[in-house]
Design a protein around this ligand. Structure first.
Ligand code: FES
Length: 69
């Protein structure tokens, strides 16, 4: 399925660049061009990142700081 119509980037390609380390929408754009034109696909790219990369790896952990002093 094509996610980014502007650049003809399929879901499979986006998942591949995410697994290679693109953990933000901008990083995915740099890697394959997806999301760098009209921006309509950016929310879907964000969803793919969220389901593929743990929150801790994205630097967005919502866990409370348990290790204090
Ligand atoms: S659909 Fe991806 S930038 Fe336009």
């Amino acid at each position: 399925m094509i996610v980014c119509v502007c650049h003809g980037v399929p879901c499979k390609r986006i998942r591949s660049v995410i697994l290679d380390g693109a953990h933000s929408v901008d990083a995915v754009g740099e890697a394959c061009g997806a999301g760098t034109d009209c921006g309509a696909c950016r929310e879907v790219i964000e969803d793919l990142i969220e389901e593929s990369v743990p929150a801790v790896a994205r630097g967005r952990s919502r866990l409370p700081m348990l290790m204090t002093g």
